[in-house]
Design a protein around this ligand. Structure first.
Ligand code: ADP
Ligand code: CDP
Length: 228
């Protein structure tokens, strides 16, 4: 664009657990001066609130009835992403095992998805230079008009090895089984399941370093901006 600021660029990055969405999205956003939104953290935050407030996460109607109650705020600086629920910093607790085990059940409830999707669209619309939004249904449902859609994949073995590395030596087999179970639940739910958008670029990260994946996505964004 000649005069004034460039049009904000919207990048959607989806894929199963451990494919590199968060690390790639943060690095791409930081490199390109864009905002960053981790939508998985929002679903984890609402799950944390349900657990903390004694809501039965196996009861979809109880979850639906409480879905509007917590106030979830996401900080979108890729160098320092933050997440609070009713003013409480939950960045640590939302990564705990109990929340991880329950998040797929909570995120499958349509009232939860409607609430969180609305938040995500408002955040994306207010990003001045643009935003990288990562999750499961960003390209298909949340931001179907995104300028660029990426779908990251990797073998279950690579994903489990990455996750158990993070969880400080957690058993590889158990981690792999838990990942596969969560992916199956996320892919088979009725409301906006984990899926590749028809116009998404698929990148298999199994044999790539994080740096290679970041370079690949940065190049794709730059090509889009140049109108290629
Ligand atoms: N291409 C890659 N090669 C090796 N490790 C990676 C790669 N991409 C990400 N990782 C590592 O794998 C772990 C999970 O990555 P993360 O970005 O959290 O995945 P996701 O957001 O898809 O669950 C992190 O420890 C990250 O540093
Ligand atoms: N856009 C999104 C993002 C996450 N989620 C849900 O939130 C969970 C946690 O997402 P996450 O990105 O933190 O997952 P991990 O990278 O920790 O595996 C997923 O397993 C989904 O159940 C979703 O339903 N839709």
């Amino acid at each position: 664009m000649e005069n004034g600021a460039a049009k904000p660029v919207i990048v959607a990055i989806d894929g199963p657990s451990g494919t590199g969405k968060s690390s790639t999205s943060k690095a791409v956003a930081a490199q390109l001066g864009l905002s960053y939104l981790d939508t998985g953290a929002q679903y984890r935050a609402i799950t944390w609130w349900m657990v903390t407030n004694g809501i039965d996460t196996a009861d979809p109607s109880a979850i639906a009835a409480a879905a509007a109650k917590p106030e979830i705020l996401s900080g979108t600086d890729p160098e320092n992403p933050t997440i609070t629920v009713d003013g409480v910093d939950v960045a640590g607790p939302i990564r705990e095992q109990d929340v991880t085990a329950k998040v797929s059940a909570v995120s499958a409830v349509p009232e939860v998805r409607a609430r969180i999707t609305e938040l995500q669209r408002a955040i994306a619309a207010s990003a001045v230079t643009g935003i990288v939004v990562e999750g499961r249904d960003i390209g298909t449902t949340v931001l179907p008009d995104a300028d660029l859609k990426i779908f990251l994949t990797a073998s279950p073995e690579a994903r489990a090895a990455r996750r158990s590395g993070e969880l400080k030596g957690a058993d590889l087999h158990t981690t792999r089984e838990a990942l596969i179970r969560r992916d199956a639940a996320d892919s088979s739910r009725k409301t906006s399941p984990l899926a590749k958008a028809g116009d998404a670029v698929e990148v298999d990260t199994t044999e790539l370093t994080l740096q290679q994946v970041v370079e690949c996505v940065v190049t794709l964004v730059e090509e889009k901006r140049a109108g290629k």
